[in-house]
Write a protein that binds this ligand. Structure first.
Ligand code: BG6
Length: 509
């Protein structure tokens, strides 16, 4: 088939309503590395609202000039496409910097006044997007302050939305508290909880793969699927994020959010309509069907590891406990593997193996769906080992692809069978500009489409499902925390977790 371009489809998109984008944490890493480059990419594709205004809010004093310079430098470093000066200039002329801190009385009143003036100058009609690129401890206090001054109050013809980034709490209790605090000043439909995994093309494509094709749904169940593997292996070590990471660990950092997003898209029931309410309800329903494990089950069905020094590619990675800001006696897991079940008719009895970790052999993010073997082999004279497993693999990183693994006859006079692979690679098929993954998410926020954002009940269902592991590990202390060498495959116990079921993790390729 011919290569196709997605430019045409993008051209069919319309500009969102005029809006003022208020970026809290304006001098932080997230703003510079992801948010601003994504706004630039939107501007470059003509998809920023017109009129548009940008307010960078920082706790410390920073001038508009300084912030502009910082963002120019950020674009040079983190841009995913060639930067055109005139586009950047046009974007940054709409920027002002304002200092405001919840601890500093009166500063939010100043912010309100500056915001009002800036909106009037640019004619953004009172539509506001508050983006909190701040540490999570600041989410509720900022939302409260905005609420106190009526800044989040929607008016006729003027919307108000708030965007927050993970982590949404550190356990079920704190997630419920955060949700309750945000809901004091905002309605659920005004809150956009970002999970950057939902900005990835292949992740969004899961919905299309499953529900725009008739051929997968009939076999998408316990009758035909033997197990599902969801893997997010990272080659990177914890680097300089020790302070955050050691308080968080692999499970909290990745599982209730990114891995469960993938899990819910693979396992949800078919929604009857492609709208935010229906799709998000289906995702929340399947997450709340994840089996609750007893403490014994949780220990038996989980593996946690911590990396030790090792060679990862060309890099010598030091022991996790020698990383900056990590205590020498840290018990934090840098690797986790889980075996989960989903208690519903579609999935009863099907194991879901999830794994993620730092300092592993390579970056590999994929979902592998293993189908049951044929009920009867007519090739009984062949050695069974010759029959390859049937997998549908959805690759997310480093290559966005979908591949089907099946058995084929090797050409020749005798019947000899070999596993082969049929590959669809995004990069080869669609000529898409590289993106940060945030463009779709920011664009959708500005359009008021929250289909790709997480609802409070999904977040809470995710935490509810991982709580048994957190509790069991806390009680077990360091017992069961397995060392693994950086640059390797993770602890051997992760292999045993599947071997117990007569299974193995899918080989790369
Ligand atoms: C972040 C985690 O949310 O996701 C990081 O905090 C992790 O620890 C990152 O490295 C992984 O994202 P991606 O898109 O590189 O798979």
């Amino acid at each position: 088939m011919d290569m196709q371009s997605n430019i045409a489809e993008d051209n069919a998109l319309t500009q969102p309503d005029p809006c003022c984008f208020v970026l809290f944490g304006a001098t932080g890493d997230l703003a510079q590395r992801l948010v601003i480059p994504a706004l630039y990419n939107l501007a470059a594709s003509g998809l920023l609202p017109e009129p548009f205004a940008l307010v960078g809010v920082a706790r410390r004093d920073v001038s508009t000039e300084e912030l502009r310079t910082r963002y120019y430098m950020g674009l040079r470093e983190f841009a995913t496409q060639t930067i055109h000066d005139h586009i950047a200039r046009r974007l940054f002329e709409k920027l002002i910097a304002v200092s405001a801190d919840v601890e500093d009385e009166g500063s939010f009143e100043r912010l309100r006044d500056e915001l009002q003036r800036h909106e009037d100058d640019w004619g953004t009609k009172g539509n506001r997007l508050f983006y909190l690129a701040t540490p999570p401890a600041a989410f509720a206090p900022i939302a409260n302050e905005l609420g106190r001054l009526g800044l989040t109050q929607q008016k006729a013809g003027a919307w108000r939305r708030l965007v927050v980034e993970k982590p949404f709490g550190v356990d079920l209790g704190s997630a419920q508290e955060l949700n309750a605090q945000l809901l004091q000043t905002l309605s659920e439909h005004q809150i956009y909880r970002i999970d950057h995994y939902l900005g990835k093309e292949t992740v969004q494509n899961l919905l299309v793969l499953r529900f725009a094709n008739g051929m997968f749904e009939p076999i998408w169940n316990r009758e035909h699927i033997e197990h599902v593997e969801i893997r997010v292996d990272e080659a990177l070590s914890v680097g300089r994020r020790g302070k955050f990471y050691d308080a968080t660990g692999a499970l909290r950092d990745m599982v209730p959010n990114h891995l469960f997003q993938l899990l819910s898209l693979v396992t949800m029931e078919p929604p009857s309509r492609f709208d935010a309410h229906t799709v998000r309800a289906a995702k929340a329903a399947v997450l709340s069907a994840i089996e609750t494990q007893s403490p014994e089950q949780a220990l038996r069905n989980s593996v946690r590891g911590q990396y030790t020094a090792g060679q990862a590619g060309e890099h010598q990675v030091p022991d996790y406990r020698d990383a900056e800001d990590v205590p020498r006696d840290s018990r934090t897991e840098t690797f986790v593997a889980l075996r989960l079940k989903i208690d519903n008719w579609r999935w009863a009895g099907v194991p879901f193996y999830l794994r993620t970790g730092k300092a592993l052999a390579c970056k590999r993010t994929e979902i592998a769906i293993k189908f049951r073997t044929a009920p009867l082999s007519m090739f009984q004279t062949m050695p069974v080992a010759d029959l390859a497993d049937n997998y549908l693999v959805i690759g997310i990183d480093p290559v966005e692809r979908i591949s089907l693994q099946f058995n084929a006859k090797v050409p020749g006079l005798s019947i000899s069978i070999r596993g082969v692979q049929m590959d669809f690679c995004y990069r080869d098929y669609f000529r898409a500009e590289p993106k940060t993954g945030y463009e779709t998410l920011l664009y959708d926020c500005m359009r008021g489409d929250n289909i790709l954002f997480q609802r409070a009940d999904s977040i809470e269902a995710g935490w509810r499902a991982v709580e048994p592991f957190l509790r069991a590990w806390r009680d077990a202390g360091t017992d069961g925390l397995m060392p693994y060498a950086a640059g390797g495959e993770g602890p051997d116990a992760a292999k045993e977790l599947l071997a117990r079921d007569g299974q193995h993790w899918r080989e790369a390729g």
